[in-house]
Ligand binder design. Structure first.
Ligand SMILES: Nc1nc2c(c(=O)[nH]1)N[C@H]1C(S)=C(S)[C@@H](COP(=O)(O)O)O[C@H]1N2
Ligand SMILES: [Mo]
Length: 315
């Protein structure tokens, strides 16, 4: 265990199952990660232990339906991480080859203060646990307790200029270890993008762990994006580069199949994928399907970002 608070899967039932409580935040003591160093988790663990966790604050999406947390075993063995193969069980084994230290993210572009920041400094951001739904465009979903910090906190440090309208993200390129990159499945490296206001939304997370533990390689170690109101492919794994840009950046799935995957990719039960319906989803572990919620149930927090936009045209 890396993060010393109960994994949400172990949390009291009333902490995770009231209808309103879709998102629970437990803030670790600010600066609690100061002693965290590469290869050693003990420093942070000690401080986090002292922190225990602060009272949960909750964000209350419109009519969120509650939802048991997906077992960690499922979330770490049923993955999409095409750099390690296209089979759902490939990444759990293949991603063992991923080297997560040393690790840096270069942040630049339309910013006043570009930085290259190492993983140990990223781990010093005040961490929160957030229980989010993850809805894959393929029609399955999970409920995952992430550990991370708002992307906004990172972007504030580099001071985006007035020209910054979008944020582009890039995954590591390492065909030797990411054997999937040796064949063309997507244009490697995997890239993603958000509009700046989406990136600054408090729901948008840089995640370094899940289920109270450090991020498993197959889930995007050492640091990945989590954007809970968008289809899962927007939540790019193992990020090495973040660039603030003027124009909408290319994104991996959109470049590959523009008719099927748009830039926005907000979860929308009313806009079907050309080859299947998006009206329902199967929660991994369930037999039956459930209704998919607009914006994956986070409409109260994010619908206003899209006021006046045609979400069919901007799918
Ligand atoms: N670099 C990279 N990031 C990625 C992917 C990928 O293939 N490569 N797959 C995406 C898809 S389709 C989904 S559904 C989620 C899955 O995240 P999880 O395995 O942690 O559940 O990761 C997304 N991020
Ligand atoms: Mo996905």
């Amino acid at each position: 265990m890396l993060f010393k608070f109960p994994a949400a899967s172990l949390a009291r039932e009333d902490e995770v199952t009231p209808r309103e409580l879709v998102l629970s935040r437990r803030t670790l003591l600010a600066g609690g990660a100061a002693a965290f160093t590469a290869g050693s988790l003990t420093g942070w663990l000690g401080l986090a232990q002292a922190a225990a966790f602060e009272a949960a604050t909750t964000v209350k999406p419109a009519d969120a339906k509650l939802d048991a947390v997906t077992p960690m075993k499922s979330a770490t063995t049923y993955n999409n991480y095409y750099e390690f193969g296209t089979g759902k069980s490939d990444p759990a084994d293949g991603a063992k080859a991923l080297r997560t230290r040393p690790w840096e993210i270069a942040i630049g572009g339309e910013v006043a203060k570009p930085i290259t920041i190492g993983i140990d400094d990223l781990l010093k951001f005040p961490m929160e646990e957030r229980v989010y739904r993850l809805r894959c465009v393929e029609g399955w979903s999970m409920v995952i307790p992430w550990i991370g910090f708002p992307l906004a906190e990172l972007l504030k440090r580099v001071e985006p200029t007035g020209n910054a309208k979008y944020v582009a993200f890039q995954t590591l390129l390492d065909p030797e270890r990411m054997y999937g990159q040796k064949s063309w499945v997507l244009n490697w490296p995997y890239v993603e993008g958000l509009r700046l206001d989406e990136a600054m939304n408090p729901l948008t997370l840089m995640a370094v762990g899940m289920y109270g533990e450090t991020m498993p390689n197959q889930n995007g170690a050492p640091i990945r994006l989590v954007v809970p109101w968008k289809y899962g492919f927007k939540s790019i794994k193992s990020v090495v580069k973040i660039t603030l840009v003027k124009d909408q950046p290319p994104t991996a799935w959109n470049s590959s199949q523009p008719r099927e995957y748009g830039f926005y990719s907000n979860v929308n039960p009313e806009v079907d994928h050309p080859r299947w319906s998006q009206a329902t989803e199967r929660r991994v572990g369930d037999f039956s399907r459930r209704k998919t919620l607009p914006f994956n149930g986070y409409g109260e927090e994010v619908a206003s970002l899209y006021t006046g936009m045609d979400l069919r045209a901007n799918f």
